[in-house]
Design a protein around this ligand. Structure first.
Ligand SMILES: O=C(O)C1=C[C@@H](OP(=O)(O)O)[C@@H](O)[C@H](O)C1
Ligand SMILES: C=C(OP(=O)(O)O)C(=O)O
Length: 449
């Protein structure tokens, strides 16, 4: 079996995708592919582990394929092995030999934050001249704290003074580690990146954040939990300090949870169509930020039940507006629902979304308003007021979550087209078929046009 998932960007120049419009409430059961955040963390840690590891039912998408390609470039072995996952083979990873001589190596980060942030500290453990670059928009994403962090650890990085991609890491075969201060206010991924590699630094790592608050703290908690589960001692008892003890990363064999953030658009479909959507195999305990759907969706007027491992969301008679803070990567899905709501919504604590796949605050305002809506940017978020929407093209900005936001709105507004549904290949190449599949279940109650 060969690695089928493409590392190239979605079909940006294809024809717009007519978003299915629901003529009746949906009644659907959906399973989604594995978590991007967990897959790419476990891939990095497998490359650092003390023996071969197996990821069962991992994600196969552009972001995970870019991570696999990067790890192979650094000398890890990544093999596909038949498994029982619905969305593709398992992955068996043979770790990178410590201090491996690489010579000149190029790493394509695409638009993947997890690749552009998590791989440079790992590369620093190898030996050679390793250049990182990515898609045109990737060059606008904040990278300064990783460049400064590596320099603080004594590694030379040539970034032409930009603090952005492209840059070259002069890896000298190991990292001593110790105390390091960075400003991670533009992305939690700077903290996660350094923690993931920290146990393999000679002295471990005492990472300190100094600056405005770090966003997306749930993702750092995920990193800490994953490290601890593989035998790495991490002390996060003092806010803004993380201490990783030096030592081995235990090889593993485990199943990756489905992506609860990517479950969001499907759950949102229940609200947008006043229907019911069930997601089986919802983990009882998880570090994924997407578990917050259980509290966010009731605030927007839905009922949520968790029974026998299945999460069931049923839309109310209308979507209610709400004030919601720190929704992190869930925000574009939340904003799409707010654009369909009957009262005002205020989303706060998401100013850093300006540095995501695109400037998501500007993109959401532009696209909601293009369809006749009333959305406004604030310093750290969005205000979305009720206003009837009309048909039109919803632009994707190469951003998977913009594309799925357009699909959600299209369920309730006839004639919406998503400019590039291929953008969903970043984390969920199966999105179009899974979305259409929702209309196949309970077909007698639900129709699509
Ligand atoms: O570590 C991770 O897997 C992620 C961290 C978050 O990044 P930010 O802190 O930049 O929001 C999140 O938005 C991103 O989708 C995935
Ligand atoms: C911000 C996101 O991705 P990335 O991992 O590229 O930062 C996201 O998936 O919403």
């Amino acid at each position: 079996m060969s690695f089928m998932t493409s590392t190239t960007a979605g079909s940006r120049h294809g024809t717009p995708w007519p978003a299915p419009f629901a003529t009746a409430p949906l009644d659907a059961t959906v399973r989604v592919p594995a978590s991007k955040s967990l897959t790419n963390r476990y891939l990095v840690l497998a490359a650092l582990a003390d023996g071969p590891s197996r990821l069962r039912s991992p994600l196969h998408s552009r972001d995970s394929a870019l991570m696999v390609q990067a790890l192979r470039a650094l000398g890890a072995g990544v093999e596909e092995v038949e498994g029982d996952g619905q969305f593709g083979p398992d992955l068996v990873v043979t770790p990178i030999e410590p201090g491996r001589q690489l010579g000149e190596t190029a790493i394509d980060c695409g638009l993947a934050g997890t690749v552009m942030r998590f791989v440079p500290p790992l590369a620093a453990l190898c030996s050679g001249s390793i250049t990182f670059d990515g898609d045109p928009h990737a060059r606008n994403r904040p990278m300064g704290p990783i460049v400064a962090g590596l320099r603080g650890l004594g590694i030379a990085v040539d970034d032409g003074g930009r603090g952005a991609l492209p840059f070259t890491v002069a890896a000298a075969g190991g990292v001593d580690g110790g105390h390091l201060v960075i400003d991670a206010s533009s992305s939690s991924q700077f903290v996660s990146a350094l923690l993931l590699a920290g146990a393999r630094f000679g002295q471990g790592l005492h990472l300190e954040h100094s600056g405005p608050p770090v966003p997306s703290l749930d993702h750092i908690a995920m990193t800490v939990q994953v490290l601890r589960s593989l035998g790495v001692a991490v002390d996060d008892s003092t806010p803004d300090h993380w201490i990783v003890a030096p030592g081995p990363v235990r090889a593993f064999d485990l199943r990756i949870e489905q992506d609860l953030s990517n479950a969001g658009p499907f759950l949102a479909a229940a609200l947008a169509t006043r229907g019911t959507v069930r997601i089986p195999d919802w983990p009882a305990q998880t570090t994924q930020v997407g578990d917050q759907w259980r509290t966010i969706l009731p605030r927007l007027g839905a009922s949520v039940e968790y029974d026998g491992g299945t999460l069931t969301v049923t839309g109310g008679p209308e979507i209610r507006g709400a004030a919601l803070a720190d929704t992190s990567e869930l925000a574009p899905t939340v904003a799409a629902l707010c654009a369909l709501a009957s009262s005002e919504s205020r989303l706060t604590g998401i100013g850093h979304l300006r540095g995501h796949e695109t400037d998501r605050l500007a993109a959401l305002v532009a696209e909601i308003n293009r369809l006749g809506g009333d959305a406004e940017e604030t310093e750290d978020g969005l205000i979305i007021r009720p206003r009837p929407l009309h048909a039109g093209v919803f632009h994707s900005y190469a951003d998977h979550r913009m594309a799925t936001a357009g699909a959600i709105i299209g369920l309730a507004v006839e004639g919406v087209e998503v400019e590039d549904i291929g953008a969903t290949s970043k984390t969920m190449p199966e999105f179009p078929e899974l979305w259409h599949g929702m209309f196949g279940v309970g077909r007698e109650q639900a129709g699509a046009r």
